[in-house]
Design a protein around this ligand. Structure first.
Ligand code: NAX
Length: 329
């Protein structure tokens, strides 16, 4: 079998890291061939074409074909899985409304092009920021494609949260589970340890042995560290997160396609779960069952958790209102 995968912004940093992982079979396994469509803007075509030459030189057995284009109709033709990575970064002096408008001008037309050209079961993952609202705009512009097929990447935040907990607890990261991210992929996000386990035992109890006052440690150390990890990477590395972001995108799409045993996190459309206004693309604890994300329902939320979720969701509402007031939604 062959899966057609479209990557926008394929000439950029995350695109470069993604392409080789996908061609090597990390996304869909060793038995699924892939056809790649690299969609760029004209200025990015050279970098994408160079990456395509390198893909050829990788002699990947699973890679059937690579197409490089700046035409969205070609880029999304027959696409089964779309990774929307290319976005407009915030420039000097750019207000938030300008950033939202510039990205609405990208993700609206891409949503429409997906509806017109992609395969009927297309699944879309938005990486480019502001990821949640970009996903919302793309979904709203994709007539006939269910909003459930549009998601925003918050798996990097979850991976960061699990890794921080594992390090603090001195436990292998794979033993730390159920650490969902709620809300927006932004500084307001809420990495939630209320239901987390380490080796099957509650994380909160294990943490108390190490950090003492758990609520203070969460508020002053853990949550800010996770939420500001992107800035920390920029400071140390001199450039934003690339390979970890690509790896998280692979985790997200692989789990969506292949299913999950336990919870993870993804920005998915709300139907009103946990009081999140309907239609917003918010991060929730999710499971993937039969190729579709399902929000984990019925979790008890403490007042502290509720307040943090409400604050992040309020930011998503503001972003949606800002795009609406510009007439772009
Ligand atoms: P780069 O600037 O290296 O690459 C972006 C690429 O997108 C460029 O090649 C550019 O030509 C292309 N592009 C711009 N507009 C396009 C359009 N309309 N159609 C197709 N391609 C277009 O950025 P990179 O480091 O790869 O980051 C990409 C995006 O990921 C950014 O928006 C970034 O903020 C976001 N991130 C999201 C993360 C997440 O967890 N959701 C984490 C990592 C990253 O910060």
């Amino acid at each position: 079998m062959t899966t057609t995968i479209t990557i926008t912004g394929a000439g950029g940093q995350i695109g470069y890291a993604l392409l080789f992982r996908i061609a090597a079979g990390d996304l869909l396994g060793p038995d699924e061939n892939v056809r790649l469509r690299l969609l760029e803007i004209p200025q990015g075509l050279g970098a994408a074409e160079g990456a395509a030459l390198e893909l050829q030189d990788g002699a990947f057995g699973l890679l059937e074909h690579v197409e490089v284009t700046d035409d969205a109709a070609v880029g999304f033709d027959g696409c089964d899985l779309a990774l929307l990575v290319g976005a407009r970064p915030r420039g000097p002096g750019m207000e938030r409304a300008d950033l939202l408008a510039a990205n609405a001008g990208i993700f609206g037309p891409q949503g429409a092009a997906i509806a017109a050209n992609a395969a009927p079961g297309v699944r879309v993952t938005v990486v480019g920021n502001p990821a949640n609202t970009n996903a919302l705009i793309a979904a709203a512009s994709a007539d006939g494609v269910p909003a459930e097929r549009f998601t925003a990447l918050t798996r990097l935040d979850e991976n960061r949260a699990r890794a921080q907990l594992a390090q603090t607890l001195g436990a292998p990261v794979h033993t730390v589970r159920r650490v969902p991210i709620w809300g927006n992929h932004s500084a307001t996000q809420f990495p939630d340890i209320s239901h987390a386990t380490v080796g099957g035992a509650p994380v909160a109890e294990a943490l108390a042995q190490i950090v003492g006052d758990v609520p203070t440690w969460l508020d002053e150390t853990f949550i800010p560290r996770v939420a500001k990890r992107g800035a920390e990477i920029i400071e140390v590395r001199g450039s934003s997160s690339v390979a970890s972001a690509a790896s998280a995108a692979i985790d997200h799409v692989r789990d969506w396609v292949q299913g999950t045993e336990d919870w993870t996190s993804a920005g998915v459309v709300s139907h009103g779960e946990y009081g999140v206004p309907e239609g917003l693309i918010s991060s929730f604890p999710v499971r993937s069952v039969d190729g579709a994300w399902q929000i984990v329902e019925g979790l008890e939320l403490s007042d502290r958790a509720r307040a943090r979720i409400d604050a992040s969701v309020a930011e998503l509402v503001e972003e949606r209102e800002a795009v609406r007031s510009l007439g772009m939604l």
